[in-house]
Design a protein around this ligand. Structure first.
Ligand SMILES: C[S@@+](CC[C@H](N)C(=O)[O-])C[C@H]1O[C@@H](n2cnc3c(N)ncnc32)[C@H](O)[C@@H]1O
Length: 334
């Protein structure tokens, strides 16, 4: 099933090819009659597979462009599929409207529809406005750049993009801003390329800058932390949480959320001891096979982590010990 596309899906751009689909599905098996929340609906690849395996799905997405995909599934499965426009950070409140859940899945990258639409400004390879908003609300990346000091921009590029040349890029942006506003993807790429030479054998020099700005614009780290604790509150013992992430910052947060450090460890701040049993049977991380990567290169950086909800009461939302970058803590975590 992995790599299958929903041919004939609405829209002009090819529909998103779901990543690690078989592995994700497996975490919820047997699915018959179970109620799963798909917190990142996208083109509905996971939802469609969950429905095909006889599950009930409550789906969420913050991007209004996914509505035609959701309407298609609502028409096909009127009694087993429901879509809610919203943010997965609120998944417990959204779930309250639907009854108990047996599982939650999050696939927290961008969809290919978002990346490939040049009007959304997510890709350094496509000329367009420097927007980057998933939900078409809030401030754009262009506004963020305009309103943010050189120091804070450097912190964002370093903390959320792990960009080693963060200070030099922030300084080049500050200089460029004095002459003209940075409004397009091409404007930003040109500035980054003055700092880091483009070498065909390496990642594009603007990769990390675009990642950092996108995470900041969409408050992605805050959303992830909120969603993990919301899932812990919502799922009762035996419920499954499966999270697919696409870069090391998010993967680290998910890993530490599921497995808080043993008390006494000198390596990082500890979470309360009572948290140890919030999640039982934490599965080993799953990565895409070479075969899947060959079909779908976006699977290259994906990691699936899943666990089964234990007996312990839900913890209060707390970023301590999760490895949340300072830039995200300062701006984005409520
Ligand atoms: C990688 S795509 C999901 C693809 C989907 N699994 C599929 O098979 O088609 C991620 C989706 O999550 C949505 N998203 C990202 N952050 C979100 C958030 N905080 N709340 C709701 N949706 C979010 C994006 O708009 C995007 O459509």
């Amino acid at each position: 099933m992995a790599g299958s596309n929903r041919n004939g899906a609405p829209g002009d751009t090819p529909a998103h090819v779901p990543v690690l689909l078989d592995a994700v599905l497996e975490t919820f098996l047997p699915l018959d009659g179970k109620h799963i929340m798909d917190g990142t609906f996208g083109a509905g690849g996971y939802s469609a597979a969950l429905l095909a395996a006889n599950g009930h799905v409550l789906a969420i997405d913050r991007d209004p462009d996914v509505l035609p995909f959701a309407e298609k599934l609502e028409a096909e499965f009127p009694h087993r599929f429901k879509f809610v426009s919203g943010e997965f950070g609120d998944l417990d409140k959204i779930a309250e409207t639907a009854g108990p859940l047996d599982g939650v899945v999050l696939d927290i990258g961008l969809s290919s529809m978002q990346i490939e639409d040049h009007n959304r400004g997510f890709s350094f390879l496509r000329s367009g406005p420097l927007d980057m908003r998933m939900s078409a609300t809030g401030i754009t990346a262009a506004q963020l750049i305009a309103d943010t000091s050189e120091k804070e921009l450097g912190d964002i590029l370093f903390g959320l993009g792990e960009e080693r040349r963060s200070r030099a890029i922030a300084s080049a942006i500050a200089v460029a801003k004095k002459t003209a506003p940075i409004k397009t993807t091409d404007d930003l790429v040109a500035i980054v390329e003055k700092v880091i030479r483009h070498r065909p054998d390496r990642h594009h020099p603007a990769t990390r800058t675009f990642q950092a700005l996108r995470i900041a614009v969409n408050g992605e780290i805050g959303q992830l932390v909120e969603a993990l604790f919301a899932a812990e509150r919502t799922l009762s013992s035996g419920g499954v949480l499966s999270v697919v992430s696409f870069h090391s910052i998010e993967d680290r947060i998910v890993k530490r959320f599921f497995k808080p450090v043993e008390p006494g460890s000198r390596h990082r701040p500890q979470m309360p001891i009572a948290t140890q049993k919030s999640w039982a049977r934490v599965a080993s991380p799953v990565r895409a096979s070479q075969k899947e990567i060959a079909i779908n290169p976006r699977a290259r950086s994906a990691t699936l982590r899943s666990a089964i909800r234990g007996e312990a009461p839900a913890r209060p939302t707390d970023t301590a010990g999760l490895g949340v970058p300072g830039a995200a803590l300062k701006r984005l975590v409520a």
